[in-house]
Design a protein. Structure first.
Length: 415
């Protein structure tokens, strides 16, 4: 009974994804974006900074000051001296200049930078999903083609064995077909390994749906815009938008540092309660005290001025970061566009000539062998070339699609 139960479990597990629809690239993208912790993390960081920016724009909490003032030490009486009192007061600090406003605006700019990074993370995630899906697509279909050729080689092996048994062929022909069949089976094993690797990489983005069958067709993306237009669009790429927000934050940090050269101040207001009576019998009046404490930024050379210079250098570094990112993006765009153009030309050549010629050559070689006008080596070489050319065409289509997916990233397209 236990073995029957175990068998049923294995059957259920093997059919777990059998009823699932084929995993199209569009569906893979939808799953990846919906469940991406990278995007959720950036959103949480942006929200954290947005909340912090509000808090940083507020005045510090006031302080309650209370104490006993001018208590005589000989009697510790509250009525002996005129100036003895119980004091209650409030202190409120005011940071220098517009420090609060600049600090709040700086943090808000950092929050905006995180929001721009969400846009970049999304299109970068889509590029990664597309590349993983396309890689899996190639290996799945390559294995299908190889297995089709494996069946053909087995039939050819059977035919050569029959001819050899009938003394119409040689043992060399049989061994040669067996060798080609073994080599092809080794290629299938290697391709199966690559398929598993590609499926594991796709699983990073779509989870267990990567175990589903892959869709049978490549995505149909429209041709990209011209390189000149893409180069102009690149200036508005989310990476550069995030850099622009970081530059704004750095500028506000410089402004905040300059405000530290201005004096901050503190207001102190207290109320003193006196006990006892005056010499004429009247009650002693209470006292109100108001003080202002003002910072004197006299020694700014090695503190405030250094802080301003530090912020200015950081602003300069942030601007250089944006310049570096733009140059990197521009270089990658040019490379990917050239790759896409070259692969497009090769795809036309393979579809229009090489694949057709290889198929015709294999058919002609087989007919010549059947009519005894060509040897078996010619047939095997022709079929091997046909398989190689078909796999090359499949790889070109896959690599071209990868290059097109990269161009979508550089165009900032998230759909």
């Amino acid at each position: 009974m236990f073995y029957v139960f175990l068998l049923l479990q294995l059957i259920c597990f093997s059919n777990l994804y059998a009823n699932e629809p084929n995993l199209s690239l569009e569906k893979a993208e939808e799953i990846a974006v919906k469940n991406a912790p990278e995007i959720q993390r950036l959103y949480a960081q942006a929200q954290s900074l947005a909340e912090k920016s509000v808090a940083e724009g507020q005045l510090p909490d006031p302080k309650l000051v209370t104490g006993l003032v001018n208590v005589p030490t000989n009697t510790f009486s509250f009525t002996q001296d005129d100036m003895t009192m119980i004091s209650f007061g409030l202190q409120q600090a005011f940071p220098p200049g517009k420090s609060l406003a600049f600090k709040s605006q700086q943090t808000k700019a950092l929050s905006d930078a995180q929001l721009r990074k969400i846009e970049e993370q999304k299109i970068n995630l889509l590029r990664s999903v597309r590349q993983a899906w396309l890689e899996l697509y190639y290996w799945v279909h390559a294995i299908q083609v190889m297995k089709g050729n494996e069946k053909l080689y087995k039939e050819l092996l059977q035919a050569t064995e029959i001819q050899y048994s009938a003394n119409k062929g040689t043992q060399s022909d049989v061994l040669q077909v067996q060798l080609e069949l073994s080599r092809l089976q080794d290629q299938i094993v290697q391709a199966t390994q690559q398929e598993k690797i590609a499926r594991a990489q796709l699983k990073r983005w779509v989870g267990d749906r990567a175990e589903c069958n892959i869709a049978s067709s490549l995505p149909h993306w429209p041709a990209p815009l011209s390189l000149e237009i893409l180069q102009k669009i690149l200036e508005k790429h989310p990476v550069l938008k995030a850099d622009a927000a970081s530059i704004d934050a750095a500028r506000l940090d410089v402004a905040w540092a300059r405000e530290q050269c201005k004096p901050g101040w503190m207001l102190d207001v207290s109320y003193g309660i006196r006990q006892g009576h005056m010499t004429d019998g009247a009650e002693r009046s209470d006292m109100v005290t108001a003080n202002a404490t003002i910072d004197l930024p006299l020694f700014t050379k090695n503190r405030q001025n250094r802080q301003v210079k530090s912020s200015a250098y950081q602003l300069e570094a942030t601007q250089y970061d944006r310049h570096v990112h733009y140059k990197d993006l521009l270089e990658d765009l040019n490379v990917r566009y050239a790759t896409w153009e070259s692969l497009s030309q090769r795809e036309v050549l393979y579809e229009g000539q090489l694949t057709v010629q290889a198929k015709q050559n294999a058919k002609a070689a087989l007919l010549s062998y059947q009519s005894a006008s060509a040897d078996l080596t010619t047939v095997l070489r022709a079929y091997s070339n046909e398989l190689t050319i078909y796999l090359e065409e499949l790889q070109i289509k896959m690599e071209r699609a990868k290059a097109r997916a990269a161009l979508l990233y550089y165009a900032g397209v998230s759909e």
